[in-house]
Unconditional design. Structure first.
Length: 160
C-alpha cells in the first residue's frame, strides 16, 4: 500500500523497534495492518527493494481521541508523526516531492508549537537552522519526506 496520511508503506528507516508512530484515524472503525518488514534499507528506497525478511513484531495500539493532550501536534494530525528516544519525526507525503516537503514542515511547526510552546516564526527558523529533512522514498507514486527534530535541543525545555 503506497504511503498516505493514514500510514501505508512509509519506509522510514528510523522507525524501528521501540519507536512510536502517531497516525490520523480518518474513519470510524478503522483497522490496523502491518507488513513489508525490512532488515535494512537506505533512505529514499530508489529501486523498489530493501533487505526484506519475515518478522513477528509486537505492537501496542492506543487510540487517542480528538483533542487529547497526548496528540503531539496542534490542530490534529494530517500525516503520521514518528517518535524515537532521540527524535520527533514529522512526515510529509504527496505525489509531488516539493509538496511532501511542505507537509513535513507544516507537521513539524505544529509539533514544535504543541510540544515546546514555540511560536510559528521561531519554529520555522529552528527547522531551517537545526533540523535535517530526508527523502523517505521516491519509489511509489506517493513521495515521502521526514524531518529529524533532535529532542536533545530541548532537554531543558518544558511545554508547561
Amino acid at each position: 500500500m503506497p504511503p498516505a496520511e493514514y500510514g501505508g508503506n512509509m519506509d522510514i528507516n528510523m522507525l524501528g523497534a521501540g519507536s512510536t508512530v502517531y497516525y490520523p484515524v480518518n474513519v470510524e472503525g478503522a483497522m490496523f495492518y502491518t507488513g513489508d518488514p525490512h532488515a535494512a534499507q537506505g533512505d529514499g528506497e530508489v529501486a523498489l527493494t530493501a533487505l526484506e525478511h519475515s518478522m513477528r513484531p509486537t505492537f501496542r495500539l492506543t487510540l487517542l481521541k480528538a483533542g487529547s493532550d497526548e496528540i503531539p501536534v496542534t490542530g490534529g494530525l494530517t500525516n503520521p508523526i514518528g517518535e524515537t528516544d532521540e527524535y520527533w519525526i514529522p512526515v510529509g507525503l504527496d505525489p509531488d516531492l516539493d509538496e511532501a516537503m511542505k507537509e513535513a514542515v507544516r507537521q513539524a511547526i505544529g509539533l514544535l508549537t504543541a510540544q515546546y510552546d514555540m511560536d510559528r516564526a521561531t519554529a520555522l527558523a529552528y527547522l531551517s537552522a537545526a533540523t535535517d529533512f530526508e527523502v523517505s522514498q521516491v519509489v511509489d507514486a506517493t513521495k515521502g519526506i521526514h524531518g529529524l527534530i533532535d529532542k536533545s535541543h530541548f532537554a531543558n525545555v518544558s511545554a508547561e
